[in-house]
Design a protein around this ligand. Structure first.
Ligand SMILES: Cc1ncc(COP(=O)(O)O)c(C=O)c1O
Length: 397
């Protein structure tokens, strides 16, 4: 069978692959400590669940407008004003089936063959694929690991060409947990503006910053209409399975995305939209509670990582990932004489020996690094880091 070329331009999601691998091992009866999950381990708060039950009981079980209900758009409008200090008109807001869907659709609406799109390394696994599937080319810009993975601006300037059409910012970042300073964001936006680039700001971890309150990129330059804001209910409200994400930005882009959604998914899930209204406008104390727990876990995992010899892990100021550098161990040998050539080998070795599931930095454009998610209990964090340390100590040169 000859599949369309666009399918060859993309890779399966490495993080979803690790989640399936963990489930497979567990089904085989193995003890698995999953440090690869990209979602909060908390249940969705009860008030949000109740809103969904009420929606079903009240008959809100039918198609909605393709870009989301007016009530949800108004809730998003209020939320963006309240938390992020940005105002969008209702025709500048669209709801999609998760933040991933929002980003995918916006890339489809804006990019095509001949375009180049700037992505910062290490990057979330899906960004290059969102771009490549459109026929555009992802162009990678280096960042500074010692400085929250902020851009290396000389590299950014050097990579912009006449074909560059957009730039994707993701702060707080998956996989690094890095949070850029306002200055770094301003500078990036200024450079983008001087070349008339679209700026996509993926803010799905906006409520998970630990050193200072989050600043939405669009709020730093309210005049710049080329900044598009992407947020999601997934991580903030422990709603990953509900699939609600949204975009705020240029009305022409929003209406293009609406057209695409109308011909692909029809509309986001109606019940989840009612739940999202409660999430965004109801009691927000769950957000603070979860943030506090994640901050504690970040400190726990960093302390454990600091006990593993020869790895480097600067403190990430957001999201729920740590991204230590294991480069020192590349080229080392396992007790069976197998060479650890890259982080994929190291993740597989750790998994086989200890049952700890992690994600190799190779899939994030960061060879030698490993991503651990700390969206799990203190006990699993402690046990898994002890096991990783034991595994590392078996390696020799
Ligand atoms: C950086 C980043 N953006 C967007 C998403 C999309 O999340 P969702 O589609 O659940 O809203 C994720 C999920 O892992 C992410 O890590």
């Amino acid at each position: 069978m000859k599949l369309a070329k666009r399918i060859d331009r993309i890779q399966p999601s490495a993080t979803l692959a690790m989640t399936s691998k963990a489930a497979e091992l567990r089904a085989q009866g193995k003890d698995v400590l999953n440090m690869s999950v990209g979602e909060p381990d908390f249940n969705t708060p009860q008030n949000i669940i109740n809103a969904a039950i009420d929606a079903m009981n009240n008959g809100h079980t039918r198609y909605t407008p393709g870009g989301g209900t007016k009530d949800l758009k108004e809730a998003i409008q209020k939320k963006l004003q309240r938390d992020n200090n940005i105002h969008y008109e209702l025709n500048e807001i669209i709801v999609s089936s998760g933040g991933k869907h929002s980003l995918y659709n916006a890339c489809q609406a804006l990019f095509e063959a001949g375009d180049e799109v700037i992505i910062f390394t290490p990057y979330w696994v899906s960004f290059p694929d969102f771009v490549s599937v459109t026929g555009a080319i992802p162009v990678f810009v280096k960042t500074d690991a010692e400085n929250q993975y902020q851009p290396i601006f000389e590299d950014l300037e050097a990579k912009i060409t006449k074909n560059t059409k957009g730039i994707i910012i993701n702060s707080p970042s998956n996989p690094t947990g890095g949070v850029w300073s306002d200055d770094a964001i301003r500078k990036t936006v200024e450079i983008a503006q001087s070349h008339s680039l679209w700026v996509f700001s993926d803010e799905c971890y906006e409520q998970l910053t630990y050193d200072k309150p989050f600043q939405s990129v669009a709020s730093l330059d309210l005049q710049n209409k080329n900044i598009i804001t992407f947020q999601s209910c997934s991580k903030t409200y422990a709603m990953t399975g509900w699939r609600i994400g949204y975009i705020g930005g240029d009305a022409r882009l929003v209406s293009a995305v609406a057209k695409l959604q109308g011909q692909s998914t029809s509309c986001p899930n109606s019940i989840a939209q009612y739940a999202a209204i409660e999430a965004l406008t109801g009691d927000q104390s769950c957000v603070q509670k979860m943030r506090k727990i994640f901050l504690h876990r970040r400190n726990v995992i960093l302390e454990k990582l600091n006990n593993i010899p020869n790895i480097v892990c600067d403190q990430p100021n957001g999201a729920f990932y740590v991204f230590p550098d294991f480069s020192y161990y590349m080229g080392s040998k396992t007790p069976n004489g197998k060479t650890i050539s890259n982080a994929n080998d190291l993740c597989s070795y750790i998994l086989d020996l200890t049952g700890v599931v992690s994600v190799s930095g190779e899939s994030f454009g960061a060879p030698g690094y490993i991503r651990f998610s700390y969206a799990t209990s203190d006990e699993i964090i402690n046990d898994s880091m002890n096991l990783v340390k034991n595994a590392i100590e078996t390696l020799n040169f």
